[in-house]
Design a protein around this ligand. Structure first.
Ligand SMILES: NC(=O)c1ccc[n+]([C@@H]2O[C@H](COP(=O)([O-])OP(=O)(O)OC[C@H]3O[C@@H](n4cnc5c(N)ncnc54)[C@H](OP(=O)(O)O)[C@@H]3O)[C@@H](O)[C@H]2O)c1
Length: 238
């Protein structure tokens, strides 16, 4: 049976790898992003449908939902570190803008998209949201937004699991070959991130894609309401 899959933030890094994994399974895949050029180019390369949509904009999200029929897998991968705000205003206003930007990009993107497509999810479908190790420590407003994603996911699972929908967060450690750091990850910081893993290597986008693929498989039907950590041991739950 051909599954229909929506991957927000599917034009780059983790979201792109997830879209590619499901496309390899002959799924009908829709990817989104805010930048028309990368949406068009990635959709062409992966042979999937591309839709320009800012997942933090309720009007654009509603328009996206209107284009979809039934949905078997929703992956909320859109997120990241927002570009620096203008810096205008008082220190408190700048702080407020930074928190709003992080909450919008890393929490509300998932909440808005999920809510808008909820009635299209089939029995046996899966929602996977990409969280971060930053939720566990030193994460600032980004980490707080990703921690809230986990809390929201738990309540989402309680609501949707009775309807046969699993809801999980895949919390990623440092993943190489993405645009997450906007090219500004220093060698020192990268070495420190590798050093704290048990297996002494960065995560790959495929590590996350394979985990998402498993969570959407038949073998994962009893896994719901969870945060699954994929970080080479950099953070352990015990
Ligand atoms: N890379 C890491 O080390 C790491 C670690 C932990 C968690 N994560 C999380 O993994 C997810 C994927 O990030 P990545 O590492 O793959 O970074 P990336 O390469 O920068 O990809 C981010 C994707 O999200 C899209 N996006 C961002 N904001 C969006 C919005 N409001 N609406 C729609 N699309 C949006 C981007 O496209 P446009 O900018 O064109 O919209 C791009 O397609 C994020 O949630 C991030 O927080 C990453």
């Amino acid at each position: 049976m051909t599954r229909t899959v929506l991957v927000t933030g599917g034009t780059s890094g983790i979201g792109r790898a997830i879209a590619q994994r499901f496309a390899a399974d002959q799924a009908e895949v829709f990817i989104t992003g805010r930048t028309p050029e990368t949406v068009e180019q990635t959709a062409k390369e992966l042979r999937v449908h591309g839709v320009v949509c800012d997942a933090a904009d309720s009007g654009q999200v509603e328009a996206l939902a209107a284009r979809l029929n039934e949905l078997d897998v929703l992956v909320n991968a859109a997120g990241g570190l927002p570009q620096a705000t203008s810096g205008e205003g008082s220190a408190l206003e700048v702080l407020l803008a930074q928190w709003h930007a992080n909450l919008a990009q890393n929490l509300l993107t998932a909440v808005l998209t999920t809510t808008s497509v909820q009635d299209k999810l089939t029995r046996g479908s899966s929602i996977i949201s990409i969280g971060s190790i930053g939720a566990e420590r030193r994460g600032g407003s980004y980490g707080a937004a990703k921690a809230a994603l986990g809390a929201w996911n738990a309540s989402l699972s309680a609501e949707l699991a009775p309807k046969g929908v699993t809801c999980n967060v895949v919390s990623a450690g440092y993943i190489a070959d993405t645009n997450f750091f906007h090219g500004q990850l220093s060698d020192e910081r990268r070495s420190a991130l590798l050093e704290e893993t048990h297996n002494k290597r960065p995560g790959t986008v495929d590590d996350i894609a394979q985990t998402a693929y498993f969570l959407a498989s038949q073998g994962a039907r009893h896994i719901t309401g969870q945060t699954i950590h994929v970080n080479g041991g950099a953070f352990t739950t015990r």
